[in-house]
Design a protein around this ligand. Sequence first.
Ligand code: ZN
Length: 368
Amino acid sequence: MADHYEVLGVSRDATPDEIKKAYRRLARELHPDVNPGADASERFKMVTHAYDVLSDPRQREQYDLGGQGGFGGAGGQNFGGFGDIFETFFGAGQQTRGPRSRRERGQDALIRVEVGLEEVIFGTHRDIEVDTAILCETCHGSCCQPGTSPVTCDICHGTGSIQRAVRSLLGNVMTSSPCGTCRGYGTVVATPCVTCQGQGRVRARRTVPVDIPAGVDTGVRLQMPGSGEAGPAGGPNGDLYLEIKVRNHDVFSRNGDDLLCTLEVAMTDAVLGADTTIPALDGDVRVELHAGLQSGEILTVKDRGVTKLRGTGRGDLKIGVQVVTPTKLSSKERDLIQQFAHSKKAAGPALSHFQQGLFARLRDRFLG
Ligand code: ZN
């Protein structure tokens, strides 16, 4: 077990001044700014921890209690078997837990992907560049220089934890804390891989091919298992999540699986009827304008919307009609319209409730 007095190289009855001097001498020698070695950095942590404990009179007293006699003999009282009671009170396994593994699962990653509305209709493919962590090619996740391996920590003897007796209301109880030298791993990487600095993984840019399914909408998250960051020390990859944002389109908008647009129709076409072709996102669509077409009518073209994300088939293309009244007339045109007005005695303007129809909502979408 690590002995704080040995770490600082002082005797057990050292005065506070001797302890302080010993710490300063070692700190000057091992401080990471002076001594960049990984070994020195670990020793520096040990020395600092030892000093933290021994420079505090209360902590030093507790440490002496545990450090000298251990569990059973502390203070001359026999606490043999207390560990069982402790476990009963505070949950089993705390003291028997072995060293923890360096291998951990990598983190999940979240990437935002913007796609055009036209890509959403049938789905699309993207090669997405991700800044991530990948397995170190040099050590293959062992964290050690090739040909070397981790050595058993000689402070905790491979258990990963340090037992200490602490005085409490219940008497002296053993507490267990992670070994500061090996950080609870039970082993120390004496010669870390230089490529990854002993992490077992390196940062890299990776290309992830992604098939974005048809029908996705803004806010949808796609999970790609195992495409996240590689874990430390050869641990499994986390997952990659793609959060979709669908770009707004100048003409077409979306309502569920339906695509919406507005078509301006000349007054004469609305009166007489006409055939027209509109360039939809997935190619031309022939639209028949029937005679007597009204502003606010919705023309539905079946199955020309977005492919459904779940289920089968496609939504519809819905075309809101806006009849355009001519504003500039030649005198001849004006005469013709007047002749029409005389021949057909039209009803005067009629008052009714303000229409909150689908067309009004369509228009709001564009204005909004
Ligand atoms: Zn490596």
